[in-house]
Structures are given as structure tokens and as C-alpha cells.
Design a protein around this ligand. Structure first.
Ligand code: HEC
Length: 110
């Protein structure tokens, strides 16, 4: 094997190593939350982050980072109002505006 070939091989291996190193699964902390200025985001931090995590990464409650792909704003509204197994109902804790802002914000988290 001549020098330039082994150099090329070395470069190829190096590149492959870098690519593998960077292509790991997305970490929870890497997920970018959409629209952090919205009221929905603020309500989430006040009422939901204790169970679902400040970055939606999940704690006692499930990860919600891609919840907008699973539930639309209507279904999110119902979940917030009624709660579920292990999740309190928020129908009497948040007003209608807060609930719809929150549902709209979560629906954007794809
Ligand atoms: C006391 C902990 C707790 C709090 C507070 C809480 N949740 Fe939950 N949440 C859960 C648990 C546990 C589940 C799983 C059971 C279920 O689906 O109902 C859940 C489920 C959900 C789901 C359905 C997830 C799915 O994949 O189907 C959504 C959406 C959700 N929560 C949104 C919220 C929002 C928005 C708030 C704030 C208003 C909130 N949660 C507050 C514990 C909590």
C-alpha cells in the first residue's frame, strides 16, 4: 500500500468516526421547544413541568416532546381538562384561555 492510499484510508476512517460520533440519538436537552414566548409555554412551566419536565422530557408524566404529532389541539384540550391515570384534571385550575393557549402551544411541539 503506498503512502497516499493509506493517507486516504486514514482520512476515510477519521471521517466515518466523526460521523458516527455525531449521529447519536437526539438527547432530550437538544430538543428545541417552539414558541417559548407564548403564554402556553408559561402556563406549561407553571402547571405541568413538575411532571412532564421543563423541556417536555418527562418525569412522573410521559415525555411530550413530540406530542403535537400524536394529539391535536382538541385532544390536548381534553387531556388538560380531564387529566388521566396519574394526571390531575385542570378544568378547574386553569381558565379556558389558558387551556386553549396551552393546547395550541403543545400542538406545535412536533
Ligand atoms: C401530577 C403529575 C402530572 C401533572 C401535574 C401533569 N401531568 Fe400530564 N400526565 C401525567 C401522567 C402520569 C400521564 C400519563 C397518563 C395519561 O395519559 O393520562 C400524563 C399524560 C399527559 C398527556 C398525554 C400524553 C400522551 O402521550 O398521550 C398530555 C398531553 C399531558 N399529560 C399534558 C399535561 C399538561 C398540559 C399538564 C399541565 C396542565 C400536565 N400534563 C400536568 C402526569 C401529570
Amino acid at each position: 500500500m503506498n503512502t497516499s492510499r493509506s493517507l486516504l484510508l486514514g482520512l476515510t476512517l477519521l471521517t466515518a468516526g466523526v460521523l458516527v460520533g455525531c449521529s447519536g440519538a437526539t438527547k432530550d436537552t437538544d430538543v428545541v421547544l417552539v414558541d417559548k414566548e407564548s403564554n402556553g409555554y408559561k402556563t406549561f412551566q407553571n402547571s405541568c413541568a413538575g411532571c412532564h419536565g421543563q423541556n417536555l422530557e418527562g418525569r412522573a408524566g410521559p415525555n411530550l416532546q413530540h406530542i403535537g404529532m400524536k394529539l391535536d389541539a382538541d385532544k390536548l384540550t381534553k387531556q388538560i381538562q380531564n387529566g388521566g391515570p396519574g394526571m390531575p384534571a385542570f378544568a378547574n385550575k386553569l381558565d379556558q384561555t389558558q387551556i386553549s393557549e396551552l393546547a395550541a402551544w403543545l400542538a406545535k411541539q412536533q
